[in-house]
Design a protein. Structure first.
Length: 726
């Protein structure tokens, strides 16, 4: 034993090593990959990690420590024996290690800082002071400050007045009282920044908050901000006597002119404030007498939400910051700060969640991005989620299903910093139409994340089987069919179009007919058009007649019209009208006008006009319906291409194809197809032909791809594969 206490760098290295060991000793290469996947990406190397964990170096960027802690601690917590530490503890320790290293490399007395508690306010990291890390949007590529722009409210003016008083030489205390993630800590940080550079900040936290406060209060000197974020840890600890000792020490500090000016600033939740400041029970002990005296007159309430002019000003300022824009759009009832602070926690729970919880989130992401309404039925999750689990996991939890699902949903429903958890139950209001089954909603931010991160993923068979078994709304069924169609899964598309049509969606019959016709099933296509015609879709008659004509001799319609003219010339008007009618029934738009002309020649003007009106209605309906159908198909099958950035993928695929790299080209065409670029099907057909796989090319052309991406062999058979929970 040398008797020399370990440096902050030694303690940081030891703590990191213990954390990594408790998290399962993840390899450095794994940590490097995970760091690169952060938003924004974090660049580290195995050598840097070796130096940090070995104590040879200290991370210069606090973001590196934040990443390691946020990535490893959730895994370490599952060991049961690891004691979690707040992020601020790690960041403060890193900061102390950096300062010690600087002093060691620059021992000049003229540049050495005096020994005093804390550090200059200008050197403080707001995240180390427990200001919540703000939302980081998946689509945001430009660099931005760690914290979004700050919007002042009524309580900020009171804070400024107190800070002005201490800047003038007074000692003061103020305590911001409000719910979780209402912006209390950020308000404190913004309030004290004008005190730099003369003032220092002391954040008592090591080894524990109460112990640090007890040990250090007597050493606090002038021009110091005592930072008591989450003040209940100091004034309402498990041992009430310790809390009273700290409160008494703070009262002494604030009343001693020789030690001023001093600013004690803290935050606290309302129920802790009530417990500390409320009167004791009559005749009972008074466990918080010192705290009650200390806190008297220091309360500054912080509202839960932005309202009125504050909300209007925030919306105006949001034009300069994407994070504020997102928060103003998605926050409920003006709870802007909760949205900004809670979203990073949502993302951590998603990225570091247990296997079943991640499967639930993935299923919810997929069903929302593919068009299902916000409420997600529990019955869908019960059937779909097993399709997202590997065989090893299912063999472990399958016997307890769906209890394992309910456990995961209970965990995912826990709020994060005042906003809804990742997947939360929807509770109908008393006046709402009651639902026989529970429904859940995916957090908005995770939905947005899923649209980006899972754009290349075609959901597993269990997803589609679950949707087919649970969804009954024809519009939703048709939407799911369209999404499958856009991704080249014609068999799945036909399945959902059929179900939508059975529930009254006539447009779905057209979609189904077109798929049948593509597959060469003219009889099936004609049957779908016939059903649409029976439901009053006049334009369906045109396509039905076209199919009939296609099934007959090539000159069949022309022959009918020619024979009708001959009969009219021969005076057999009844026979001529019968033949003209047959030609019209087979899709000949010229037949009815010819019949009308014959009526005019016979001086039957009224009959001729009836026929012309019928012809105009038929032609007009056909044009309107076909135009509508064409526009619908362009919209349904092509409108998302730009949003999913498939153009670049298609260009890359074409370049690979031209270079002779057919495998690389096919991979990119498939990626574009999974993002919804329907034209990629034709390119895949061409690639198969170039590779000499004529059978595969024809199967893809007719039937598209199966769920697993292989060429489908028919439009039937979708019900053969069921999810494990169905």
């Amino acid at each position: 034993m040398t008797g020399i206490p370990p440096t902050a760098a030694d303690r940081l290295a030891t703590a990191l090593t213990e954390l990594r060991r408790a998290a399962g000793n993840l390899s450095f290469s794994t940590l490097v990959r995970q760091a690169a996947a952060q938003r924004p990406p974090l660049t580290i190397t195995p050598q840097r990690l070796s130096d940090w964990f070995g104590g040879k170096a200290v991370p210069a960027d606090p973001a590196a420590v934040r990443f390691l802690v946020e990535h490893l601690q959730p895994r370490a917590s599952r060991s049961g024996s690891y004691q979690l530490r707040p992020l601020s503890w790690w960041l403060n320790l890193r900061q102390e290690a950096v300062r010690q290293r600087r002093r060691a490399t620059d021992p000049s007395p003229s540049r050495r800082r005096p020994d005093r508690l804390g550090q200059p306010i200008g050197d403080c990291d707001p995240l180390a002071l427990e200001v919540h890390r703000a939302i980081d949007l998946p689509s945001r590529s430009e660099a931005a400050p760690v914290l979004p722009p700050y919007m002042t409210r009524a309580h900020d003016k009171r804070l400024r007045d107190v800070v002005a008083a201490v800047a003038g030489g007074a000692s003061r205390m103020m305590m911001l009282v409000g719910g979780s993630s209402t912006g209390k800590t950020r308000a404190c940080w913004e309030a004290i920044r004008p005190l730099a550079p003369r003032w220092w900040l002391w954040h008592p936290i090591d080894p524990t908050r109460p112990a640090a406060a007890v040990q250090g209060l007597a050493e606090v000197g002038p021009y110091t901000v005592v930072w008591l974020n989450e003040a209940q840890h100091y004034l309402h600890p498990p041992d009430a006597a310790v809390g009273e000792r700290i409160a008494a020490g703070l009262r002494t500090l604030l009343s001693d002119p020789a030690r001023g000016p001093i600013l004690v600033i803290g935050t606290i939740w309302p129920h802790y404030w009530a417990a500390l400041t409320g009167p004791p029970a009559p005749g009972g002990p008074d466990p918080h007498a010192q705290a009650r005296e200390l806190l008297s007159g220091t309360e500054i309430p912080v509202p839960d939400a932005f309202t009125g002019p504050d909300l209007q000003a925030l919306r105006a300022a949001a034009s300069s910051d994407a994070r504020l824009r997102h928060a103003t759009r998605h926050a409920e009832a003006g709870r802007i700060t909760q949205q900004l602070a809670g979203v990073p926690g949502l993302l951590r729970r998603y990225l570091n969640g247990a296997t079943v919880a991640r499967a639930v989130i993935h299923a919810a992401m997929d069903v929302r991005r593919l068009g299902h309404p916000l409420p997600i039925p529990w019955a869908f999750l019960r059937r779909a989620v097993p399709g997202y689990l590997d065989d090893a996991t299912w063999s472990t939890i399958g016997k307890t299903w769906p209890c394992a699902l309910d456990d995961a949903l209970a965990d995912l429903g826990t709020p994060v910093h005042g906003i809804l958890g990742p997947v939360t139950p929807i509770h109908p209001r008393p006046d709402d139409q009651p639902s026989p089954h529970p429904h859940f909603r995916l957090a908005d931010y995770l939905e947005q994340t899923g649209r980006t991160e899972r754009a290349d993923v075609f959901p597993p068979a269990g997803f589609w089987n679950a949707a087919a078994a649970v969804v009954t709304d024809p519009a939703v069924l048709s939407t799911l069919g369209t999404e499958a169609h856009r991704r080249g899964r014609y068999r799945r598309a036909a399945q959902f179009y059929r179900q939508a049509a059975d529930r009254g969606d006539t447009d779905a019959l057209w979609d189904l007919a077109e798929l049948r016709e593509r597959a060469g099933d003219l009889s099936g296509a004609a049957d779908a058009y016939r059903q649409a015609a029976d439901r009053g879709d006049e334009a369906a008659f045109t396509n039905l007649a076209r199919l009939r004509g296609a099934a007959a001799d090539p000159g069949h319609i022309e022959a009918l019209r020619d024979l009708a003219r001959r009969k009219a010339q021969a005076g057999d008007l009844t026979g001529a009208e019968t033949l003209y009618r047959q030609a019209a029934d087979h899709g000949d738009l010229d037949a009815l006008p010819a019949l009308a002309q014959m009526r005019f020649m016979l001086d039957d003007e009224a009959g001729a006009r009836v026929l012309l009106d019928e012809a105009m209605r038929t032609v007009g309906a056909a044009i309107r319906s076909l135009t509508k159908r064409g526009n619908q198909q362009v919209f349904k099958l092509g409108y998302q291409e730009d949003r999913n950035d498939t153009g670049a993928l298609m260009t890359q695929a074409e370049e690979r194809e031209e270079a002779g790299d057919l495998s690389g080209a096919e991979a990119r065409y498939r990626q574009a197809l999974n993002r919804g670029h329907i034209d990629a099907v034709g390119y895949l057909v061409t690639l198969r032909q170039k590779a000499g796989d004529a059978t595969g090319a024809e199967q893809i052309r007719k039937f598209g791809l199966a769920d697993d991406g292989s060429p489908a062999t028919s439009l039937e058979g979708w019900s053969a594969t069921r999810s494990q929970a169905s």
